[in-house]
Write a protein that binds this ligand. Structure first.
Ligand code: 6PG
Length: 256
């Protein structure tokens, strides 16, 4: 099995959401059959809603034994629990509140009110990752990590030209000056994200085209963070045709 980057282009945003949802459900069923549990990482933003809501709407949703699936977050906004800005709240609305996932398998970041400082919340999440790691790893080997990408190429809360994106340690980082509001955030470092068997990056819209094009053309992760994603087994970019405008022709898979 090769671990080349693959780009799968879809005609529009709706078909993109439906296609990722269908592949996700199929893959989770395969993973559960193989190892009897699965761990997933989700993020925030419009694309997370697109995909999670499409999974929720799928007729195949209930063919997954969700009690064996655990959920983690790639990043979180440092606001109170239940604040409309929380990525975990949005994921609840989109999918998690509607399926039989067990509360102990929902690994949320701490919120304002749970911890005195964002640094303490980061340390607690690092410890939780470590507790759930296998062997010598510092974090679980996630089965699928779903990431959105900002127009500036950011993933999770790893923004261009900020020190967090270059952090080589597998850890949880804090951000105090996020260019995308709210300013204070928690994020997995790139090595934790890349400890996933599969990283699926999802992009829709013309405003994402140049970041994707640069990332695939060899830009550095410091300038275009999405350039740094690499799953252990697979790295797939699911895109709509607008976001695909600057993808080198030879990277586009012929079918999806
Ligand atoms: C967040 C995210 C962030 C998001 C991108 C893309 O906290 O907002 O986790 O990394 O995935 O900003 O967001 P869109 O899909 O809305 O463009």
């Amino acid at each position: 099995m090769t671990n080349e980057r693959r780009v799968l282009v879809h005609p529009d945003k709706q078909s993109l959401g439906a296609s990722v949802a269908a592949r996700f459900i199929t893959k989770i069923i395969d993973v559960l059959e193989e190892q009897n549990y699965a761990s997933i990482v989700v993020s925030g933003g419009s694309v997370s809603t697109l995909v999670l809501a499409a999974i929720n709407a799928s007729a195949a949703r209930d063919s997954v034994d969700w009690s064996k699936v655990s959920f983690w977050w790639a990043d979180e906004r440092w606001v109170e629990a239940n604040d409309a800005d929380r990525n975990d709240r949005q994921a609840g609305i989109d999918l998690l509140d509607h399926i039989g996932v067990l509360p102990e398998n929902i690994h949320r970041f701490g919120a304002v009110g749970d911890y005195a400082t964002v640094e303490e919340a980061a340390a607690a999440y690092s410890a939780e990752l470590l507790e759930n790691a296998q062997g010598d790893d510092d974090a679980p080997r996630f089965d699928i990590t779903l990431l959105g990408v900002g127009p500036d190429g950011h993933i999770a809360s790893l923004f261009p030209d900020k020190p967090q994106v270059l952090t080589a340690a597998p850890t949880v980082l804090t951000v105090s000056d996020s260019p995308k509001p709210p300013p204070v955030r928690l994020t997995l470092s790139l090595p934790v994200i890349n400890n996933s068997q599969r990283v699926w990056t999802i992009l829709a819209g013309a405003e994402k085209a140049s970041s994707l094009g640069l990332a695939l053309a060899g830009a550095g992760a410091d300038q275009v963070p999405v350039a740094g994603v690499k799953g252990r087994k697979r790295t797939v970019f699911f895109v709509d045709s607008d976001a695909a405008a600057e993808v080198p022709e030879n990277l586009i898979a012929s079918t999806y």
